[in-house]
Design a protein around this ligand. Structure first.
Ligand SMILES: Cc1ncc(COP(=O)(O)O)c(C=O)c1O
Length: 365
């Protein structure tokens, strides 16, 4: 038995997403790039590479990881590049997407050897949560004004538009793509490629994959562009658990258990978005509040129902722990960093990374 806490990536579950991505690529002609900001656990890149076209990034470190560990097509994007990093970014990328006309012009010379694009902001998003809404008022994410982009069209050949966020509703995607077509038609007609970003939950069980593929194909045909998607969450959804052990039990008006992990340190995104973790099947007569072991009062995974009473030493699997988890884990309270393990297709388990005191010490100085 592997010592908890650890993230467990199950390749047979990952495969289900990969097969849907491969099918979408085949039906639509769109290319799919893994968004490393969501998931960058490179031990499974060998496995994912057969089903995807490459990676996209949000920093020099990510573009380098994508180039060195994943290969295939490597898109570079960043909200802003610094002078000291641009040459290295370009050396790892085959496309660079600038966030503003200002950045494009500033780094025109350094980036002239690779394909260039610009991020557009259509002003509509599927998110109503302003923290995650790229189209929020005063957003810094991309250019809005066709008139300001037209003069630099000779420097670029494509666009990136990321305005979906956890969007599992095809009709909403379709409607927003229609708005994008309406607003940016003069630019899209001159483009050779368009990335529609991530945030589309097309690997979900009820998503109309064929309709989605047909819509992408129509968009591609209408404007004569190669379509890209940048699935993060959709690539790895439901593939991974965070395995934890009960360390203590309390009764404070509710039954509480404390586990050897921390939502703040190991599943930070849930805390930021004020969401509960998930356990499965979450059924049974024994309800517990599952709490983390950091000192944060609100370090709580959630309240769940279990079939049996929980006791010290029992293990709990926190579900859906791949996206925006391992990339955001941190050393708050010095809590033991979860190891990373993989369940192979034949069912065997393999630990691919363990973290020690030295990793904690070396993360500071
Ligand atoms: C530009 C861009 N591409 C892709 C993604 C991946 O999104 P998701 O993980 O929701 O698919 C994001 C997420 O923020 C993004 O900002």
């Amino acid at each position: 038995m592997i010592q908890t806490p650890y993230y467990l990536i199950d390749k047979s579950k990952l495969l289900q997403n990969m097969e849907k991505i491969a099918k979408l690529r085949e039906l639509s002609g769109a290319k799919a790039l893994l968004a490393l900001k969501c998931f960058a656990t490179w031990s499974v890149f060998d496995f994912m590479r057969d089903y995807m076209d490459g990676t996209t990034s949000s920093s020099l470190n990510e573009v380098r990881l994508g180039h060195e560990r994943f290969g295939k097509e490597t898109h570079a994007y960043s909200v802003a590049y610094a002078d000291y990093e641009i040459d290295e970014v370009v050396s790892h990328a085959d496309k660079i997407i600038f966030n503003t006309v200002g950045q494009l012009q500033r780094f025109e010379k350094q980036s002239s050897g690779i394909i260039r694009g610009l991020r557009l902001n259509p002003g509509v998003s599927s998110s109503t949560f302003d923290l995650a809404d790229p189209a929020r008022p005063f957003s810094r994410l991309g250019e809005w004004n066709v008139k300001e982009v037209e003069p630099v069209m000779d420097l670029i050949s494509g666009f990136m538009i990321h305005n979906n966020c956890e969007n599992g509703n095809f009709d909403l995607f379709d409607k927003m793509l229609g708005q994008i077509e309406g607003k940016f038609a003069p630019l899209l007609k001159k483009a050779e490629w368009v990335s529609l970003g991530g945030g589309i939950h097309f690997t979900g069980p009820d998503y109309p994959l064929e309709q989605f593929a047909e819509r992408l194909k129509r968009f591609s045909g209408e404007f004569g562009v190669q379509v890209y998607l940048e699935p993060g969450e959709a690539s790895i959804t439901k593939s991974t658990t965070l395995e934890v052990t009960v360390l203590d039990k309390l009764y404070n008006g509710k039954n509480l258990v404390v586990v050897d992990s921390s939502i703040e340190a190991h599943m930070l995104d849930l805390l930021i978005y004020r969401e509960n973790a998930k356990v499965s099947p979450n059924q049974g007569p024994h309800r517990y509040m599952v709490c983390g072991k950091s000192c944060l009062a609100g370090d709580i995974f959630g309240e769940f129902d279990f079939p049996n009473e929980l006791n010290i030493g029992d293990r709990i699997s926190i579900q859906d722990a791949a996206g925006y988890t391992m990339v955001k884990k941190n050393w708050f309270n010095g809590v033991k960093m979860p190891a990373i393990a993989i369940r192979e297709l034949d069912g065997s388990l393999r630990t691919v990374r363990e973290f020690s005191y030295t990793d904690y010490e070396q993360s500071l100085s």
